[in-house]
Design a protein around this ligand. Structure first.
Ligand SMILES: NC(=O)c1ccc[n+]([C@@H]2O[C@H](COP(=O)([O-])OP(=O)(O)OC[C@H]3O[C@@H](n4cnc5c(N)ncnc54)[C@H](OP(=O)(O)O)[C@@H]3O)[C@@H](O)[C@H]2O)c1
Length: 232
C-alpha cells in the first residue's frame, strides 16, 4: 500500500514509517526539516517537507504528491492510507497558564491541520481502493473519561480532532472512505516521556495493524491502539 505519515522524523511517526517500510509498503514520510531527518532517510527515499501549522506548506505537499512524474505510483494506485500523526503537547495545564496564542497553536497542529492535510490528499485517496484516513488522537480527548481536568489545550484539541473525524467520516464514508481516530497508548517518546509502558515500536505495530485492517465498519470510530472502542 501507499502510506503517507506526517511527523515521521521521530517518535511514533518514525516507527510507523520503519514498520510500514519493513512490511513492503511504499512510505511517504513528512518532516518539518527533512535535511535533519537522517534516520528517516534510511527508511524511505520519499521524505517530504511539511509544517502542519502552515497552510501553504500543506497545500505545497498536496501539489508535490500529485506530481505524476515524481510519484507515478500515486497516480496509478492512489494514496491508500493517510496517517495524521504530527502533534504537539502543551505546558499550559491550568486556567491561569492559558493564552489565546497557546490555544491557537495547539489547535492548529492537533485539530485543524489533520483536516487540512486530508483535504490536500483527498483526490489521491479517492484513487485508492483502501481510502483510509487514520488520525492519531489521544484518550485525553475523551470527554467521558475526563474526570481529572487539566491540560486544557491538549485535551480539547484532541476532542476536536475526534469530532472533526466524525464529520469527515460522514462526508467521505459514502465514497468508500474509512476515517478513524486512534489513541496510540502511552508511549515512550519525547511527548510521552520515559515512564510510559509502550515503546514507539510496540505502539506503531498496533496502529499499522489498525490502518491495514480497518474497513467501512469502523468508519467514524474512536479506538484504543489495541482496536477496542474508546468512549467519546
Ligand atoms: N506519546 C504518547 O504517549 C502519546 C499519547 C497519546 C497521543 N499521542 C499522539 O501521538 C502523536 C505522535 O506523538 P509522539 O509521542 O510521537 O510525539 P513526539 O515524539 O513529540 O513527535 C511529534 C512529531 O510531530 C511533529 N510535529 C510537531 N509539530 C509539527 C508541525 N507544526 N509540523 C509538522 N510536524 C510537527 C514533530 O516534528 P518536529 O521534530 O519537527 O517537532 C514530530 O515528528 C501525536 O499526535 C500525539 O498527540 C502520543
Amino acid at each position: 500500500m501507499n502510506i503517507l505519515i506526517t511527523g515521521a522524523n521521530r517518535g511514533i511517526g518514525l516507527e510507523l514509517a520503519r514498520i510500514a517500510a519493513a512490511r513492503k509498503h511504499t512510505v511517504f514520510a513528512t518532516a518539518r526539516k527533512p535535511q535533519e531527518a537522517s534516520e528517516l532517510a534510511t527508511i524511505t527515499p520519499h521524505v517530504l517537507t511539511l509544517d502542519v501549522s502552515d497552510e501553504a506548506s500543506i497545500a505545497a505537499l498536496g501539489t508535490t504528491l500529485a506530481d505524476a512524474k515524481r510519484f507515478p505510483m500515486l497516480k496509478d494506485g492512489g494514496l491508500d492510507v493517510l496517517i495524521n500523526n504530527a502533534g504537539v503537547s502543551s505546558t499550559a495545564k491550568q486556567l491561569a497558564e492559558l493564552t489565546s496564542a497557546e490555544l491557537t497553536r495547539v489547535f492548529m497542529v492537533n485539530s485543524f491541520a489533520p483536516l487540512l492535510v486530508t483535504k490536500a490528499c483527498v483526490d489521491l485517496l479517492r484513487r485508492s481502493k483502501h481510502k483510509l484516513v487514520l488520525h492519531i488522537t489521544s484518550q485525553l480527548g475523551s470527554i467521558a473519561n475526563n474526570t481529572g481536568g487539566s491540560s486544557y489545550p491538549y485535551r480539547a484539541s484532541k476532542a476536536a480532532l475526534n469530532q472533526l473525524n466524525r464529520s469527515l467520516a460522514a462526508e467521505l464514508g459514502p465514497g468508500g472512505f474509512t476515517c478513524i481516530a486512534a489513541h496510540p497508548g502511552w508511549v515512550q517518546t519525547d511527548m510521552g516521556g520515559p515512564k510510559a509502558p509502550l515503546t514507539p515500536a510496540q505502539s506503531a505495530e498496533h496502529l499499522l495493524k489498525i490502518a491495514e485492517e480497518s474497513d467501512a465498519t469502523r468508519n467514524g470510530g474512536f479506538f484504543n491502539y489495541d482496536g477496542s472502542k474508546l468512549p467519546w
